[in-house]
Design a binder for this molecule. Structure first.
Ligand SMILES: NC(=O)c1ccc[n+]([C@@H]2O[C@H](COP(=O)([O-])OP(=O)(O)OC[C@H]3O[C@@H](n4cnc5c(N)ncnc54)[C@H](OP(=O)(O)O)[C@@H]3O)[C@@H](O)[C@H]2O)c1
Length: 281
């Protein structure tokens, strides 16, 4: 796994629950680098996002010690043990640690790389990342040219860890890119077959909810533990699909196909997020 952070000249990360500053090129870099990945964050970092909503197009894994906590659209882990067991089921390149201070510090030993945006100013932070320059196992592998925004000089650095701690063995198959499930899907066009089939309607409703609102009210830490205990040979993606917590466009199209009934005739309909429809409301 890798970590990504933007720091000031004192390795400061944030102040009063917010970022120190926001540089558009750095925000773009963050968005591009984390697309489609599984992101690990502390509950305070989630709360620092607009309306405390998860980042779209990515699997948001939130750390909290509050038992039974749920965050809409997120997966929760309530301790390092279950988090590390859970992450062992993902391809290392698919996981990124995105903060804040405590989470970076705890997961640093497991990271192969740290993508650091160094900003040359003093943001008088109250939350910090360990100074990687002072840790013997971390060294700079790449550094971009110096850039400037609003009078703040900054550059992108890649640090590498020469003593990566292994996550341990996982029996579960590795994850695939899950970004498509977490896109902000607003509509789906479907070939629908006029049917009064209640089983079709119930299945369609479950799939559409999973498609428009991936993970729904969220997956709790206890559910993650149950997944790890009971489904050791199943990828998290298949588990979520089976539970109808995520759905792909193709799943919904395949369902319509399954219930195709030529004699009843068909019509093309556009189903919209938040708009109940006679087909599934
Ligand atoms: N510059 C950057 O790149 C960057 C990146 C991310 C964040 N930030 C900034 O950093 C600040 C937030 O960071 P933070 O260090 O205060 O908070 P944080 O790391 O985002 O969240 C801390 C919370 O994570 C949970 N947690 C931590 N360790 C845990 C463990 N082992 N098991 C279960 N839960 C655990 C606890 O949640 P509960 O209290 O719910 O139990 C804890 O209060 C904000 O200012 C934010 O803007 C900056």
């Amino acid at each position: 796994m890798r970590m990504i952070a933007a720091v000031d000249e004192n390795w400061g990360l944030g102040k009063n629950g917010d970022l120190l500053t926001s540089i558009p090129e750095d925000m773009r870099f963050f968005r591009q680098t984390t697309q489609g990945k599984a992101l690990v964050m502390g509950s305070k970092t989630l709360r620092s996002f607009p309306n405390a909503k998860p980042l779209p197009g990515r699997l948001n894994i939130v750390m909290t010690r509050q038992k039974d906590a749920r965050f809409p659209g997120c997966v929760v882990c309530d301790g390092m043990d279950s988090l590390l067991a859970f992450l062992a089921g993902f391809a290392p390149d698919d996981v990124m640690v995105i903060g804040g201070g405590g989470i970076y510090t705890q997961l640093l030993p497991y990271c192969t790389e740290a993508l650091i945006t160094k900003m040359r100013f003093n943001g008088e932070a109250d939350t910090f990342l360990p100074d990687l320059d002072s840790l013997p196992e971390w060294s700079v592998a790449e550094e971009s040219e110096q850039k400037e925004h609003d009078g703040i000089k900054f550059s992108f650095l890649t640090y590498k860890n020469s003593a990566v701690k292994p996550l341990g063995y996982s029996a579960a198959p590795l994850s695939t890119d899950m970004s498509s499930y977490f896109k902000n899907n607003k509509t789906i066009e479907l070939e629908c077959f006029d049917t009064e089939n209640q089983a079709y309607k119930a299945e369609l409703k479950a799939l559409l909810n999973a498609f428009f609102y991936p993970l729904g009210n969220g997956v709790s830490a206890n559910e993650v533990k149950a997944f790890l205990e009971n489904e050791p040979a199943v990828s998290f993606e298949s588990y979520l699909r089976k539970k109808r917590l995520i759905a792909a466009r193709a799943d919904i199209e395949a369902l319509a196909e399954k219930y195709a009934n030529d004699s009843a005739g068909s019509r093309r309909v556009t189903l919209e997020k938040g708009q109940p429809n006679e087909l599934y409301s």
